[in-house]
Design a protein. Structure first.
Ligand SMILES: [Zn+2]
Length: 425
């Protein structure tokens, strides 16, 4: 293992030297991974820098020690490289060098402490799909044959990618091959970069004028759109199953509404608009929210996340309230939201909207209908901490969130006692 790290370091330095000589503006970064048992040494991240010298110094400080032979936290390492480093440029290349496969029978027959796969719930699918959605090009530097099955699995997910034999390979050959491979992606990258540049222009948060007055609805156009939501899961198995929250499982209904031209409030993430549901007479007042930037790679993604979180929070609230019933424990009030899609003024727009009272009653959700909500960004935007880091957006802080945001500060109280939960020291 130590020898492999040394070899990898060498290859990386040679490669970056080459890259810097051909393109001095390129930024380079490093994310090293070991294994779960290495604790604080599990990940070592040096974010992107313009300075080759800094990069070289950082890399030299990486110890060529640690770990035993066998599967490594490959998925955790890749995921950290994708999500914890600042990928700001249009052209993104991830050169992964590894000696051993990820954990799990799917990747290896070697002795493995985690034969069922990553203990944090990462899978090759969710990690590589994330990489793809971030427009990162993947290359693999091969040191041993232990990674052959991993390569097969990865290719079944993201298609072909280039592989470089590092140990037996002659350095100059490696560099030439890498140069050929990276220039072959230039064509496809130039398209991405164009999109990227446009996106960067767009993604500085739009500054919209705020108007706190309720609009004169007579002057606003009537809009026909669709309201979309997920069924509330039946049980925990459905709640845990991400396939349940596939776009194709969204329920869609026609939605007639009017929305204010200007938002009446702005939060950290969203603008809030007065709106009315014109199906009713008199129309029902609702609040519709739109994310500050629509410049992300997939603007729909955040809206779908909110919709998913809403369905799931409904389930948890119903479950909690059924346990709380008759025990003198206050019910959890939760305002369900759904996704609104409508095309007007020449483009498709998305909103998060409060679910109508009637639908909510039908689905058994506890709802407080408040046309005007002070501080409603807090009241209606639940955050879910989950060991699967790929669900529930950026407010999901994973195990850390579960421990630090809840368990560490939780003092057992009447609710815990009434529900006969195991109490903490
Ligand atoms: Zn407790």
């Amino acid at each position: 293992m130590a020898g492999h790290i040394a070899a990898a370091k060498d290859s990386i330095l040679q490669l970056t030297e080459y890259i810097k000589s051909t393109n001095p503006n390129i930024k380079i970064g490093f994310c090293g991974y070991r294994d779960h048992c290495d604790n604080s040494l599990r990940l070592q991240i040096f974010d992107f820098t313009n300075s080759y010298e800094e990069f070289r110094r950082n890399l030299t400080s990486v110890l060529a020690t640690g770990g035993s032979d066998g599967p490594k936290d490959v998925l955790g390492g890749l995921y950290a490289a994708i999500t914890q480093m600042s990928w700001n440029n249009g052209t993104r290349v991830l050169f992964h060098i590894g000696d051993y496969p990820p954990h799990g029978k799917r990747f290896t027959n070697m002795q493995d402490e985690y034969p069922d796969g990553d203990p944090n719930g990462l899978t090759a699918e969710n990690v590589l799909e994330k990489m793809k959605s971030e427009n990162i090009f993947y290359f693999f530097g091969k040191i041993t044959n232990y990674t052959d099955t991993m390569i097969e699995v990865f290719r079944s997910i993201i298609g072909e990618f280039s592989i470089f034999e590092l140990v037996e390979g002659v350095p100059i050959e490696l560099i030439n091959k890498f140069a050929a491979a990276t220039s072959s992606i230039t064509m496809s990258v130039s398209l991405t970069s164009t999109i990227e540049t446009r996106r960067n222009l767009n993604s500085s948060p739009q500054k919209l004028e705020i108007d706190r007055n309720i609009p004169d609805w007579g002057t606003r156009p009537a809009i026909k759109g669709a309201t979309l939501y997920y069924y509330i899961p039946e049980d925990v198995a459905e709640l845990k199953n991400q396939r349940f929250y596939d776009k194709k499982n969204l329920i869609s209904k026609t939605f007639h509404f009017k929305v204010a031209q200007k938002p009446f409030a702005v939060g950290v993430e969203k603008y809030a608009y007065y709106a009315i549901n014109t199906k009713y007479d008199p129309p029902r007042r609702i609040v519709m929210k739109a994310y500050l930037t629509d410049g992300t790679a997939n603007p729909l993604k955040k809206y779908l996340e909110s919709t998913e979180i809403s369905a799931l929070t409904s389930y948890l609230a119903i479950k909690f309230n059924s346990k709380a019933r008759g025990k003198g424990i206050p019910f959890v009030n939760f305002l369900r939201v759904n996704l609104v899609r409508a095309a007007f003024d020449g483009r498709t727009r998305f909103y998060i909207s409060e679910l109508e009272l009637q639908d909510a009653v039908n689905s058994g959700v506890i709802v407080e209908y408040r046309p005007v909500l002070e501080a409603f960004f807090l009241l209606t935007d639940p955050a879910i901490h989950c060991i699967d880091p790929l669900r529930f957006g950026k407010t999901n802080l994973g195990r850390n969130g579960i421990n630090r945001c809840f368990l560490d500060s939780h003092g057992c109280n009447d609710v815990c006692r009434q529900l006969r939960l195991p109490t903490r020291g």
